[in-house]
Design a protein. Structure first.
Length: 117
């Protein structure tokens, strides 16, 4: 019985992980008039960091900035274009060694618009 308990504990330890998702939605541009056109919908940029024993990695603000920078770079947002309907989503995944090592991923999703007037 003791051997079965140890084997079960090892199996659970090495085959499971924990993932948590959460996010926010904000609009950076007021779209009350019909003076814009949508260039691209639902484009996204991502940034990740790994944290070991609570040390290392980037802070949340830096991850959001890096994800937004990746979005702008990957989708060639020019100076005349703006991001609208911006959403920031978080995913935190722990390794089988719970809360010793975990990865935090930030995904910024938005629509790219361009004002016509």
């Amino acid at each position: 019985m003791k051997q079965l308990t140890i084997i079960s504990l090892i199996a659970v330890l090495f085959t499971s992980c924990l993932g948590v998702h959460h996010g926010t939605f904000q609009s950076s541009v007021a779209l009350s008039e019909n003076n814009y056109k949508i260039i691209k919908r639902n484009v996204s940029g991502q940034a990740s960091t790994t944290i070991v024993l609570g040390f290392g990695g980037l802070g949340k603000d830096a991850l959001v900035a890096r994800a937004k920078e990746n979005l702008i770079k990957e989708h060639s947002v020019t100076g005349t274009q703006q991001l609208a309907n911006v959403s920031v989503d978080w995913k935190i995944v722990t390794t089988p060694v719970y809360f010793v090592v975990f990865t935090r991923t930030c995904t910024v999703t938005a629509d790219i618009i361009e004002f016509t007037k």
